[in-house]
Design a protein around this ligand. Structure first.
Ligand SMILES: [Zn+2]
Length: 310
Protein backbone atom coordinates (compact mmCIF):
# COMPACT_ATOMS: atom_id res chain seq x y z
CA UNK A 1 0.00 0.00 0.00
CA UNK A 2 1.38 3.39 -0.96
CA UNK A 3 1.40 6.21 1.56
CA UNK A 4 0.22 9.69 0.60
CA UNK A 5 2.81 12.44 0.65
CA UNK A 6 2.97 16.21 0.27
CA UNK A 7 6.09 17.73 -1.27
CA UNK A 8 5.99 21.06 0.56
CA UNK A 9 8.71 22.67 -1.57
CA UNK A 10 9.15 21.89 -5.21
CA UNK A 11 10.09 24.32 -8.01
CA UNK A 12 8.09 22.75 -10.82
CA UNK A 13 8.30 26.04 -12.73
CA UNK A 14 12.09 25.74 -13.01
CA UNK A 15 13.53 25.58 -16.54
CA UNK A 16 14.85 22.07 -15.75
CA UNK A 17 11.23 20.84 -15.88
CA UNK A 18 10.07 22.84 -18.90
CA UNK A 19 10.19 19.88 -21.27
CA UNK A 20 8.53 17.21 -19.14
CA UNK A 21 6.77 18.66 -16.10
CA UNK A 22 3.70 16.50 -16.67
CA UNK A 23 5.71 13.31 -16.74
CA UNK A 24 7.62 14.44 -13.65
CA UNK A 25 4.37 15.13 -11.80
CA UNK A 26 2.82 11.85 -12.96
CA UNK A 27 5.84 9.92 -11.66
CA UNK A 28 5.47 11.64 -8.31
CA UNK A 29 1.74 10.85 -8.22
CA UNK A 30 2.47 7.21 -9.01
CA UNK A 31 4.73 7.15 -5.95
CA UNK A 32 1.99 8.62 -3.76
CA UNK A 33 2.88 12.34 -3.84
CA UNK A 34 -0.65 13.72 -3.66
CA UNK A 35 0.22 17.39 -3.56
CA UNK A 36 3.16 19.65 -4.39
CA UNK A 37 3.62 23.20 -3.11
CA UNK A 38 5.29 25.32 -5.81
CA UNK A 39 6.92 28.44 -4.34
CA UNK A 40 7.75 31.37 -6.60
CA UNK A 41 11.20 32.95 -6.58
CA UNK A 42 10.55 36.20 -8.48
CA UNK A 43 7.64 38.32 -9.69
CA UNK A 44 8.26 37.12 -13.25
CA UNK A 45 7.37 33.57 -12.09
CA UNK A 46 4.08 34.40 -10.37
CA UNK A 47 1.85 33.63 -13.35
CA UNK A 48 3.71 30.39 -14.06
CA UNK A 49 3.49 28.95 -10.55
CA UNK A 50 -0.19 29.83 -10.30
CA UNK A 51 -0.98 28.31 -13.69
CA UNK A 52 1.02 25.18 -12.92
CA UNK A 53 -0.66 24.72 -9.55
CA UNK A 54 -4.06 24.86 -11.21
CA UNK A 55 -3.10 22.59 -14.08
CA UNK A 56 -1.46 19.98 -11.86
CA UNK A 57 -4.00 20.17 -9.00
CA UNK A 58 -1.27 21.45 -6.70
CA UNK A 59 -0.65 24.54 -4.53
CA UNK A 60 1.59 27.59 -4.85
CA UNK A 61 3.16 30.45 -2.95
CA UNK A 62 4.03 33.95 -4.14
CA UNK A 63 7.14 35.78 -3.04
CA UNK A 64 10.62 37.00 -3.93
CA UNK A 65 13.53 34.70 -3.05
CA UNK A 66 16.42 36.48 -1.30
CA UNK A 67 18.84 35.50 -4.07
CA UNK A 68 16.56 37.33 -6.50
CA UNK A 69 16.85 40.56 -4.51
CA UNK A 70 19.72 41.31 -6.87
CA UNK A 71 17.41 42.03 -9.78
CA UNK A 72 14.16 42.92 -8.00
CA UNK A 73 12.46 46.01 -9.43
CA UNK A 74 12.22 49.12 -7.24
CA UNK A 75 8.45 48.53 -6.87
CA UNK A 76 8.77 44.77 -6.31
CA UNK A 77 6.99 44.85 -2.96
CA UNK A 78 4.01 46.63 -4.47
CA UNK A 79 3.90 43.96 -7.18
CA UNK A 80 3.92 41.18 -4.57
CA UNK A 81 1.14 42.94 -2.70
CA UNK A 82 -0.97 43.31 -5.84
CA UNK A 83 -0.46 39.64 -6.76
CA UNK A 84 -1.37 38.44 -3.27
CA UNK A 85 -4.52 40.53 -3.31
CA UNK A 86 -5.48 39.34 -6.77
CA UNK A 87 -5.19 35.71 -5.63
CA UNK A 88 -6.59 36.17 -2.13
CA UNK A 89 -9.65 34.05 -2.88
CA UNK A 90 -7.65 31.29 -4.58
CA UNK A 91 -7.40 28.34 -2.16
CA UNK A 92 -4.34 27.08 -4.04
CA UNK A 93 -2.39 30.12 -2.84
CA UNK A 94 -1.20 28.67 0.45
CA UNK A 95 1.64 30.97 1.56
CA UNK A 96 3.94 33.89 0.90
CA UNK A 97 7.20 32.41 -0.35
CA UNK A 98 9.87 31.69 -1.00
CA UNK A 99 11.18 34.55 1.13
CA UNK A 100 13.99 34.85 3.61
CA UNK A 101 17.60 35.81 4.12
CA UNK A 102 20.67 34.34 2.45
CA UNK A 103 23.98 35.17 4.13
CA UNK A 104 25.81 32.41 2.26
CA UNK A 105 26.01 34.32 -1.01
CA UNK A 106 28.97 36.71 -0.47
CA UNK A 107 27.47 39.66 -2.36
CA UNK A 108 24.23 39.45 -0.38
CA UNK A 109 25.98 38.93 2.96
CA UNK A 110 28.55 41.72 2.81
CA UNK A 111 27.34 44.96 4.40
CA UNK A 112 26.08 47.20 1.61
CA UNK A 113 23.07 48.03 -0.52
CA UNK A 114 22.37 44.43 -1.67
CA UNK A 115 22.25 43.10 1.86
CA UNK A 116 20.02 45.99 2.87
CA UNK A 117 17.77 45.29 -0.12
CA UNK A 118 17.28 41.61 0.69
CA UNK A 119 16.50 42.52 4.30
CA UNK A 120 14.03 45.18 3.21
CA UNK A 121 12.30 42.78 0.80
CA UNK A 122 12.12 40.10 3.48
CA UNK A 123 10.62 42.34 6.12
CA UNK A 124 8.25 43.90 3.62
CA UNK A 125 7.02 40.48 2.56
CA UNK A 126 6.58 39.40 6.18
CA UNK A 127 4.35 42.41 6.63
CA UNK A 128 2.38 41.49 3.51
CA UNK A 129 1.94 37.95 4.83
CA UNK A 130 0.64 39.40 8.05
CA UNK A 131 -1.80 41.66 6.18
CA UNK A 132 -3.09 38.72 4.15
CA UNK A 133 -3.08 36.35 7.17
CA UNK A 134 -0.94 33.90 5.18
CA UNK A 135 1.85 31.66 6.46
CA UNK A 136 5.34 32.05 5.02
CA UNK A 137 7.78 29.63 3.37
CA UNK A 138 11.23 30.64 4.55
CA UNK A 139 14.64 30.37 2.92
CA UNK A 140 17.12 30.39 5.81
CA UNK A 141 20.78 30.14 4.87
CA UNK A 142 23.39 31.09 7.47
CA UNK A 143 20.70 33.46 8.71
CA UNK A 144 18.53 31.63 11.27
CA UNK A 145 18.99 34.18 14.05
CA UNK A 146 18.34 37.16 11.75
CA UNK A 147 15.24 35.45 10.32
CA UNK A 148 13.93 34.70 13.82
CA UNK A 149 14.51 38.31 14.84
CA UNK A 150 12.64 39.62 11.79
CA UNK A 151 9.72 37.25 12.48
CA UNK A 152 9.46 38.53 16.03
CA UNK A 153 9.85 42.18 15.11
CA UNK A 154 7.25 42.11 12.35
CA UNK A 155 4.80 40.12 14.47
CA UNK A 156 4.45 37.56 11.70
CA UNK A 157 2.46 34.98 13.61
CA UNK A 158 0.70 32.87 10.99
CA UNK A 159 3.62 30.39 11.03
CA UNK A 160 4.67 28.39 8.03
CA UNK A 161 7.75 26.38 7.09
CA UNK A 162 11.48 26.96 7.58
CA UNK A 163 12.47 25.21 4.38
CA UNK A 164 15.64 23.09 4.08
CA UNK A 165 16.24 23.59 7.75
CA UNK A 166 19.93 23.36 8.65
CA UNK A 167 20.18 25.26 11.92
CA UNK A 168 20.99 24.17 15.44
CA UNK A 169 18.71 22.32 17.83
CA UNK A 170 18.22 25.57 19.71
CA UNK A 171 17.27 27.49 16.57
CA UNK A 172 14.90 24.67 15.64
CA UNK A 173 13.22 25.10 19.01
CA UNK A 174 12.78 28.81 18.42
CA UNK A 175 11.11 28.26 15.03
CA UNK A 176 8.84 25.66 16.60
CA UNK A 177 7.95 28.08 19.41
CA UNK A 178 6.91 30.62 16.77
CA UNK A 179 4.56 28.04 15.23
CA UNK A 180 6.75 26.92 12.32
CA UNK A 181 7.39 23.47 10.93
CA UNK A 182 10.84 22.52 9.67
CA UNK A 183 11.36 21.25 6.12
CA UNK A 184 13.60 18.20 5.58
CA UNK A 185 14.67 16.85 2.22
CA UNK A 186 17.52 15.32 0.27
CA UNK A 187 20.25 16.72 2.53
CA UNK A 188 19.42 14.16 5.24
CA UNK A 189 20.28 11.30 2.89
CA UNK A 190 24.03 12.04 3.14
CA UNK A 191 25.81 10.01 5.80
CA UNK A 192 28.15 12.93 6.50
CA UNK A 193 25.24 15.23 7.42
CA UNK A 194 25.46 14.05 11.01
CA UNK A 195 24.00 17.12 12.70
CA UNK A 196 21.07 17.33 10.33
CA UNK A 197 20.38 13.60 10.61
CA UNK A 198 20.46 13.89 14.35
CA UNK A 199 17.86 16.67 14.19
CA UNK A 200 15.65 14.66 11.82
CA UNK A 201 15.87 11.81 14.31
CA UNK A 202 15.32 13.68 17.57
CA UNK A 203 12.92 16.53 16.83
CA UNK A 204 9.32 15.90 17.84
CA UNK A 205 7.45 14.14 15.05
CA UNK A 206 5.02 17.06 14.81
CA UNK A 207 7.93 19.38 13.87
CA UNK A 208 8.71 17.89 10.45
CA UNK A 209 7.45 18.47 6.96
CA UNK A 210 8.95 16.84 3.88
CA UNK A 211 10.21 18.46 0.72
CA UNK A 212 12.46 17.83 -2.25
CA UNK A 213 13.36 21.42 -3.29
CA UNK A 214 13.46 19.88 -6.77
CA UNK A 215 15.23 20.34 -9.13
CA UNK A 216 17.87 21.24 -6.51
CA UNK A 217 19.14 19.44 -3.38
CA UNK A 218 19.58 16.01 -4.98
CA UNK A 219 19.54 13.08 -2.55
CA UNK A 220 22.81 11.16 -2.44
CA UNK A 221 21.65 8.62 -5.01
CA UNK A 222 21.33 11.41 -7.61
CA UNK A 223 24.40 13.39 -6.62
CA UNK A 224 27.24 13.76 -9.10
CA UNK A 225 30.56 14.44 -7.33
CA UNK A 226 32.55 17.53 -8.32
CA UNK A 227 35.19 15.46 -10.12
CA UNK A 228 32.64 13.75 -12.34
CA UNK A 229 30.93 17.07 -13.03
CA UNK A 230 34.27 18.56 -14.07
CA UNK A 231 34.57 15.65 -16.49
CA UNK A 232 31.26 16.63 -18.04
CA UNK A 233 28.75 14.44 -16.19
CA UNK A 234 25.69 16.54 -15.27
CA UNK A 235 24.32 16.91 -11.77
CA UNK A 236 21.36 14.59 -11.24
CA UNK A 237 17.99 16.36 -11.44
CA UNK A 238 15.93 16.03 -8.29
CA UNK A 239 12.17 15.43 -8.70
CA UNK A 240 9.13 15.35 -6.42
CA UNK A 241 8.96 11.61 -7.15
CA UNK A 242 12.06 11.19 -4.94
CA UNK A 243 10.10 12.28 -1.86
CA UNK A 244 8.96 8.81 -0.72
CA UNK A 245 12.52 7.48 -0.87
CA UNK A 246 13.85 10.50 1.06
CA UNK A 247 11.08 9.96 3.59
CA UNK A 248 12.16 6.35 3.99
CA UNK A 249 15.58 7.58 5.08
CA UNK A 250 14.01 9.85 7.71
CA UNK A 251 11.64 7.11 8.89
CA UNK A 252 14.60 4.73 9.26
CA UNK A 253 16.56 7.35 11.24
CA UNK A 254 13.61 7.68 13.59
CA UNK A 255 12.94 3.95 13.76
CA UNK A 256 9.35 4.28 12.59
CA UNK A 257 7.69 2.92 9.49
CA UNK A 258 7.23 5.24 6.57
CA UNK A 259 3.45 5.05 6.86
CA UNK A 260 3.60 6.60 10.33
CA UNK A 261 5.89 9.31 9.00
CA UNK A 262 3.54 9.93 6.06
CA UNK A 263 0.57 10.41 8.36
CA UNK A 264 2.44 12.79 10.67
CA UNK A 265 4.03 14.76 7.84
CA UNK A 266 0.64 15.11 6.14
CA UNK A 267 -0.94 16.51 9.29
CA UNK A 268 2.05 18.79 9.87
CA UNK A 269 1.87 20.20 6.34
CA UNK A 270 -1.85 20.90 6.81
CA UNK A 271 -1.08 22.65 10.10
CA UNK A 272 1.67 24.77 8.54
CA UNK A 273 -0.27 25.63 5.38
CA UNK A 274 -3.95 25.40 6.38
CA UNK A 275 -5.22 26.37 2.95
CA UNK A 276 -3.96 23.02 1.63
CA UNK A 277 -7.00 21.48 3.30
CA UNK A 278 -9.33 23.77 1.34
CA UNK A 279 -8.21 22.66 -2.11
CA UNK A 280 -11.04 20.72 -3.64
CA UNK A 281 -11.04 17.32 -5.26
CA UNK A 282 -8.46 15.23 -3.61
CA UNK A 283 -8.52 16.51 -0.04
CA UNK A 284 -10.05 13.32 1.33
CA UNK A 285 -6.82 11.68 0.23
CA UNK A 286 -5.15 11.87 3.61
CA UNK A 287 -3.91 9.51 6.26
CA UNK A 288 -7.32 7.83 6.48
CA UNK A 289 -7.22 7.17 2.76
CA UNK A 290 -3.56 6.59 2.33
CA UNK A 291 -3.86 4.10 -0.48
CA UNK A 292 -5.08 6.87 -2.75
CA UNK A 293 -1.87 6.77 -4.76
CA UNK A 294 -2.92 3.37 -6.02
CA UNK A 295 -6.62 3.73 -6.59
CA UNK A 296 -6.36 5.48 -9.90
CA UNK A 297 -7.67 8.85 -8.82
CA UNK A 298 -4.29 10.50 -8.84
CA UNK A 299 -3.48 9.14 -12.27
CA UNK A 300 -6.76 10.42 -13.59
CA UNK A 301 -6.14 13.77 -11.93
CA UNK A 302 -2.72 14.25 -13.49
CA UNK A 303 -3.93 12.86 -16.80
CA UNK A 304 -6.53 15.60 -16.99
CA UNK A 305 -3.78 18.17 -17.46
CA UNK A 306 -3.30 17.09 -21.05
CA UNK A 307 -3.38 20.63 -22.37
CA UNK A 308 -0.44 21.82 -20.36
CA UNK A 309 2.53 23.14 -22.23
CA UNK A 310 0.74 23.72 -25.49
ZN1 LIG B 1 13.29 26.71 -2.92
Amino acid sequence: MTSAWIDTHCHLDAPEFAADVQAVRARAAAGGVARCVIPAVAVAHFEAVKTLAHQLDDAYALGIHPLRAREAAPDALAQVQAALQASAADARLVAVGEIGLDYFAPDLAAPGPLRARQEQLFRGQLQLARQQALPVILHVRRSADAVLKALRQTGCTAGGIAHAFAGSRQQAGQFLDLGFKLGFGGAVTYARATRLRDLAKRLPLDALVLETDAPDMPPHWLYTPAGARAAGQPQGRNEPGELPRIAQVIAALRGIDSRALAEAAWANAMAALPRLAQIGGNTTCGPADAECGENGRLFFRVGRCGGFGQ
